[in-house]
Design a protein around this ligand. Sequence first.
Ligand SMILES: Nc1nc2c(ncn2[C@@H]2O[C@H](COP(=O)(O)OP(=O)(O)OP(=O)(O)O)[C@@H](O)[C@H]2O)c(=O)[nH]1
Ligand SMILES: [Mg+2]
Length: 283
Amino acid sequence: MTTNEKFGFVALIGEPNVGKSSILNNFLDKKISIVSHKVQTTRFRLNGIIQVKSSQMAFIDTPGICDARTLKERSYNKVAWRSIHDANIVALVIDAKKGITDSTRLIAKRLKLNIVEHTNIIIVLNKIDLVDKERILQITSNIYDEFGNFDTFFVSARKGIGFDDFREWLASSIPDGKWFYKSDQLSDMPLEKIMAELTREKIFLRLHDELPYDLEVETVDLKKANNTYVIHQEIYVTRESQKGIVLGKNGRVIKEISIKARHEIENFLDQKVHLFLKVKLKK
Ligand SMILES: Nc1nc2c(ncn2[C@@H]2O[C@H](COP(=O)(O)OP(=O)(O)OP(=O)(O)O)[C@@H](O)[C@H]2O)c(=O)[nH]1
Ligand SMILES: [Mg+2]
C-alpha cells in the first residue's frame, strides 16, 4: 500500500425514484444500474467502483426504501438498510422537485438511529434541473432545520451537473486504506448480470404497467468472437398470457426491446453485439 492510498464504500439510499441509480451511473460514466420512472426499479445491492487519484470508492446502489406492503418490498428495504453497515459514507438522496417527503423523514430518522460510529451521513439533492434557485435554497434551509447540519451536494444526474466537486470531496473524505478492488474493476456484478439488467430496463420501459414486477432476465450464453459478442438471454414470465405481451403481435414488441437492449449493451461493452432473446414461462 502506498502511504496515501484511500478506500471507502459510499451507500446511496433514499425513497424510490429519487435517482440513486442515475447518480451511480454518473459517477461511473457508464450505465451499469438500470433506471426507470417506476418505483423500486433497483432490486439488489450493486457496487460500482471508481478511482480518483489515490482514492478508490465503491458506490453502493440500493433499492428505494418504501412503506413496504408485500414480502418482496420488505426484502428490498432490508437490502437497502443492510448496506449502511458497510458504508463509510451514507448519502441520503432527495428529489429536489418533491422536496422533503414523509418517507424521506422516516428514512433520515432511522438512519440517524442506526448509523454506526465513524460513518458520515451526507445529503444529495438530485434533479436540480427541475427546480429554480429559490426552491433549492428553500429545501436546503428545510434540510438544515429538520435534519441538522450535514454536508449537502446539489446535482442533476440527468444533466451530469455537480459531480466534479462532489467526486473530489468524496475522494478526500473516505478513510486511509488499501484498495479493495482491482483498479480496472467497474463493478462487483458479473458481466452477464449487468447485461441481463440492461435488457430488463428496456422491457420495463416498453411495457410500463402491463407486466408485473417479478419478470426476470437471465443471460444464458455469452461468447466473443472477432470483436463481436453473441449473447443469448431468456426472459422469464410467470403466466402463459404474459408471453404474448412480451412478444407482441408478430413479435413486434420483443423485436423493439431487442434492438434497444442491443444498443445499450453495445454502449456498455464498446463492441458489436448480436443479441438473441427468448421468452419462457418460469416454472
Ligand atoms: N429530471 C431529472 N430526472 C432524473 C434525474 N435523475 C434521475 N431522474 C429520473 O428519475 C427516474 C428515477 O431514476 P432512478 O435512477 O431509476 O431512481 P432510483 O432512485 O434508482 O429508483 P429505485 O431504483 O426505484 O429506487 C428516472 O426516470 C430518471 O430518468 C435528474 O437529475 N433530473
Ligand atoms: Mg435504482
